[in-house]
Design a protein around this ligand. Structure first.
Ligand code: NIG
Ligand code: ZN
Length: 433
């Protein structure tokens, strides 16, 4: 994995030296890991990593080989990682981090027996966050967003998918997307933005009429801003659910988004089997999230279409939902990824906690959970060429754990803050304990 043993003299940005384990996840440029390969994440024992001045990984390999290859080379920074382990930066494939207000009282209502959809249909849930968010100015949204993203970074996330969807009218949806755009310059992690204007049907509107507005006005407006360089929005999303956007309305939004060049990555089958997997296969979607109620046919369709399943175990936990069938999905060859689904309903932005829940509740193995939170999550966001594994040519994003075995990051539930010693993006230390 180092460069054929040829001595390198050019100055480099970073050397992480002599870690007990460097978990590279992939060795052969795989775009995802599926089926039994998910359990086989690649590890270099006693390894080192070099990141160049352009922020990309230059070499990863056994410590002695890297030492010989880079002998005499200068580094802007050297981290001695003896007794520590290194994993790629974590990729959170599903979040809603831009909003104002608070829903802690709804948590109490749900603990007392109200269901998510009861609260939503009674005008709370997403609708109450929409009211707060519409009333909030951009500086307020930006300040809370940056604070949330910094929390994610300290928990090891270096790439985060982030949705709009608490505006449900064009002006606020664009304000959310602009807020995400401004955060890119303020927090050193990669944000992959999703337009999610069809996250709920606005109060007083019908689903078909609003879906038509999204197709006619919102999507073309977002596309224009992407084209003139003022926004980067890679993905488009819809909440496909009974009583929210049903199949025809969701299909029309997703088809229009695809035709405008957005990658499709949508919410489906959370409370009802809506045929999300089949619809995703029909439309060539890159990923579907939730999938608690997905049928065997939906799973088979996703496996064939190479559509990633983004599972959100902290949401299933908070809402006491049926667990998504991760084992059936992995056995069928679906590309299983993980996301925190951070939002005012499910307030968890720590991927180490999400991976622990995936192992304990969804019965994934430790390596499967790591593959799902790195290369497969990157695939779900369409950024697998640059992120998700520690391979030469990819962005130099990694997490150093103050334990000799990487599995501690999942095993020590809730203690990631104590054992993550460094978070690195593009070869720069962006958090140090
Ligand atoms: N289910 C739809 N959307 C979010 C929840 C958003 C909210 O309740 O504010 C989810 O993925 O869980
Ligand atoms: Zn969501």
């Amino acid at each position: 994995m180092s460069d054929g043993g040829v001595a390198v003299q050019v100055a480099q940005r970073l050397l992480v030296r002599g870690a007990a384990q460097v978990v590279v996840v992939c060795r052969g440029g795989q775009r995802y890991l599926a089926g039994p390969d998910m359990a086989d994440v690649a590890i270099v024992p006693n390894g080192s990593v070099v990141v160049g001045r352009d922020g990309d990984v230059v070499a990863v390999g056994p410590a002695e080989e890297i030492a010989a290859q880079f002998e005499g080379c200068s580094f802007d920074q050297i981290i001695d990682a003896q007794g520590h382990s290194v994993i790629p930066g974590l990729v959170d494939a599903h979040t809603h981090p831009v909003w104002a207000g608070d829903r802690v009282h709804e948590f109490a209502m749900k603990l007392a027996g109200a269901s998510y959809l009861d609260v939503h249909r009674a005008g709370g849930g997403i609708h109450s966050t929409v009211e707060w968010t519409r009333a909030a100015g951009e500086p307020q949204l930006l300040a809370s967003l940056c604070e949330r993203l910094r929390r994610a970074l300290r928990a090891g996330t270096t790439v985060v998918e982030a949705k709009s969807g608490y505006g449900l009218e064009l002006g606020t949806e664009l304000r959310m997307l602009r807020t995400l755009e401004r955060a890119r310059a303020l927090v050193p992690l990669r944000i992959v933005s999703s337009y999610c204007g069809a996250h709920a049907v606005p109060r007083g509107r019908d689903a078909d009429g609003y879906a038509e507005e999204v197709v006619r006005e919102h999507l073309p407006a977002v596309r224009r801003l992407v084209e003139d360089g003022s926004l980067r929005v890679e993905l488009a999303d819809v909440f496909l659910e009974r009583g929210v956007f049903e199949r025809d309305a969701a299909r029309s939004v997703l088809r229009a988004a695809r035709d405008l060049g957005f990658l499709l990555n949508f919410h489906g089958d959370e409370f009802t089997d809506m045929g999300a997997g089949e619809l995703a296969a029909e439309l060539g979607a890159r990923a579907v999230s939730h999938l608690e109620e997905t049928s065997d046919q939906g799973i088979a369709a996703m496996a064939t279409a190479r559509c990633a399943a983004v599972l959100l175990p902290s949401t299933a936990y908070v809402l006491r939902l049926k667990e998504p069938r991760a084992r059936a999905m992995i056995d069928a060859g679906v590309i299983v990824a993980l996301g925190s689904d951070f939002n005012p309903n499910a307030y968890c932005i720590a991927m180490p906690v999400v991976m622990n829940l995936a192992c304990v509740r969804l019965r994934m193995s430790l390596p499967e959970a790591l593959a799902a939170a790195t290369i497969n999550a990157a695939y779900a966001l369409g950024c697998e060429e640059r992120h998700g594994s520690l391979e030469p040519g990819k962005q130099g994003d990694m997490v150093i754990i103050a334990e000799p075995r990487w599995e501690h990051i999942i095993y020590q539930l809730g203690c990631h803050g104590d054992i993550i010693s460094h978070v690195i993006t593009q070869g720069n230390v962006v958090y140090e304990k």
